[in-house]
Design a protein around this ligand. Structure first.
Ligand SMILES: [Zn+2]
Length: 174
């Protein structure tokens, strides 16, 4: 996986280069574009039985692997609002409480491009009688998974390392 461009998007010159995987520079027109970290959120939704709600991913990357609900923070949006919006979009339910937990970096490969992300994790609750309406192109199913200890965590086929580290942090600090 590399994020090289064949042409400069401004002058169409062929000399544009990715420097240290951090910025693209075109020596012909001085175009400069930073390969910035993208902000994303992940929701650790728990119930009274010590279970955590995980989604079965409906698309690549990592189709059929488990992930926490969440997604990318949009322009001019707070991460808290991303939590509320993504929970509504992906699961069709409202959050009843939200508390910041921790953050971890992640690498997300999508359509032959590698994105570096900063994932912010929140503990969230939803109403007991919540009726789920899954976003079919993102989520093929949901599962309430046991998460009482580290052995439970190791059994989960998680899509992303940052979610693993966040759930590990959650177990150690709850
Ligand atoms: Zn150029």
């Amino acid at each position: 996986m590399n994020n090289n461009f064949k042409f400069c998007p401004i002058c169409a010159g062929r000399n544009i280069k990715l420097i240290n995987n951090r910025r693209w520079e075109c020596p012909d027109c001085n175009f400069l574009l930073y390969n910035n970290t993208a902000t994303a959120v992940g929701l650790i939704i728990t119930n009274d039985s010590g279970q955590v709600l995980l989604e079965v991913r409906a698309k690549e990357p990592k189709i059929n692997f488990l992930d926490v609900p969440g997604g990318f923070v949009e322009f001019d949006e707070t991460p808290e609002n991303t939590c509320i919006r993504e929970c509504n979009e992906e699961l069709g339910v409202d959050i009843t409480s939200l508390k910041y937990l921790c953050s971890f970096p992640n690498t997300y490969e999508y359509k032959n491009f590698e994105y570096k992300t900063c994932d912010l994790f929140f503990i969230a609750t939803i109403a007991d009688n919540s009726k789920f309406k899954l976003q079919a192109d993102e989520v093929s199913n949901i599962k309430w998974c046991d998460l009482k200890n580290h052995q439970d965590l190791e059994k989960l086929p998680l899509a992303f390392n940052s979610a693993y580290r966040a759930l590990d942090f959650y177990l150690k600090n709850k």
